[in-house]
Design a protein around this ligand. Sequence first.
Ligand code: KG4
Ligand code: ZN
Length: 340
Amino acid sequence: MKEHYILGIESSCDETSAAVLMNTTELSNVIATQTTIHQYFGGVVPELASRAHQQKIIPVVDDALKKAGIAKNDLSAISFTRGPGLAGALHVGVSFAKSMAYALNIPMMEVNHMQGHVLAHFIQQKNEFQPPPEFPFLCLTVSGGHTQIVLVEDFLKMTIIGETIDDAAGEAFDKSAKILGLPYPGGPLIDAYAAKGQPVFKFTHPQIAGYNYSFSGLKTQFLYFINEQVKKNENFVEENLNDICASIQKVIIDVLMAKLMKASADTGISQLAIAGGVSANSGLRNALLSLQSQNQAKVFIPPFKYCTDNAAMIAVAGYYKFLNHQFASLNVEPLARMPF
Ligand code: KG4
Ligand code: ZN
């Protein structure tokens, strides 16, 4: 097979990332996170994110090329996140990709960030082949901004069959963490505390039709529950943090899994994948693994480094577009809201 070197660029939120793939094999995947910049504000501040991307993009791309052991003239094409995401943050990556592709006179491919998350399952490691999912499969894509059940029929043929009508699963984690006074992003912290607790506090599931989700009611239910308990005992959160985290994590995962299982039963598709930042959650990973051990599904769980935002997933999605000659024009603009 001919060797193509694809540079991927991701700047949709608070990670500046550049990766080089040789076809689908990762040669480098450099990620500069901005967590410390935004933590003080309790969430991502768009203007600060754009500025940090501007500062980081050149060193990050340079580092990705060095780690891959190739020169920029070896690149076959450049793949970049066009959207969805923060407009200013996307602008940095899109403008950079356009200038670099123009200067090198190579094609470029625009990638939908959410499709990138799904296609992360096809990234290969050097010297270690991981069998990817076969088509068709269902992918539960859960991030800070999205919650989707995606029917994936081919690399470039996927349809959203269910999604959140309000908050995303990542937001449900982060907002619950905020209610508990934990710093942003709270998802990984809830995961860590939950591992030491038991889900003793019960919450009701939202009742939403079809494969859609809703998490905003759960957040309100959680807020009222905590306020009620704190009225009775002002140390309630400190004294029960592990159990509280285990309880909110359990209900979020149960809700996510119930719709995924319903979609699997209705479509007859038993290859199930997860993707996006929340797929790093150990409770969700274990819920999928237990399905597999009961022979209810064949599951695909990405390595941690491909769960949260990274450019390798943008490069692999771009690679399939490259093979299909689906190139972007130099007039391409970022799209904060991008159709799937
Ligand atoms: O995909 P991602 O890196 O960025 C977006 O595209 O949004 O997802 C970030 C989200 C955040 O809400 C973060 O709290 C959540 O993923 N997250 C987790 C875990 N790791 C990241 N949520 C629960 N458990 C985790 N271990
Ligand atoms: Zn993401």
